[in-house]
Design a protein. Structure first.
Length: 134
């Protein structure tokens, strides 16, 4: 299942995601992973959550992100939630590419993993391939 948190810069997307992460950390029986570009959330998310900085692994572009997420899931079957903050920064603001990577991620996560992604753009700018995950 994919859930998008959409809005312009400064609309509270990351704050909403942090609240979701911390609430899940209290109640979710499996592992939670949060992927971000830079380590801005270090002190905001629960220490029980695996926080990963894509810059540390030189992840740029949607293909690299897909492979990275697939690898994380393949290496740990106990992951039940994955959060990605600032996906457009990772994918160079390519909205069409975002729709493609969301479809790929949807196929790999199946029904057992919840994927929450923040998208920093206005709803009307999103292509249909992205809107279908709203």
């Amino acid at each position: 299942m994919i859930k998008l948190i959409v809005g312009g810069k400064g609309s509270g997307k990351t704050k909403a995601m942090i609240e979701m992460i911390n609430e899940s950390a209290k109640t979710t029986p499996g592992n939670i992973v949060c992927i971000e570009k830079s380590m801005k959330l270090t002190y905001d998310v629960s220490h029980a959550v695996r926080l990963i900085d894509v810059d540390e692994y030189k992840i740029t572009g949607y293909d690299a992100l897909y492979g990275f997420v697939a690898g994380i899931l393949a290496g740990n079957y106990d992951i039940v939630e994955v959060y990605v903050d600032g996906i457009l920064k990772i994918g160079n603001r390519d909205l069409e590419g975002l729709g493609k990577v969301l479809a790929q991620l949807d196929a790999v996560i199946g029904d057992n993993v919840k994927l929450v992604v923040t998208v920093s753009d206005d709803m009307e700018n999103l292509p249909e391939s992205v809107k279908k995950y709203l």
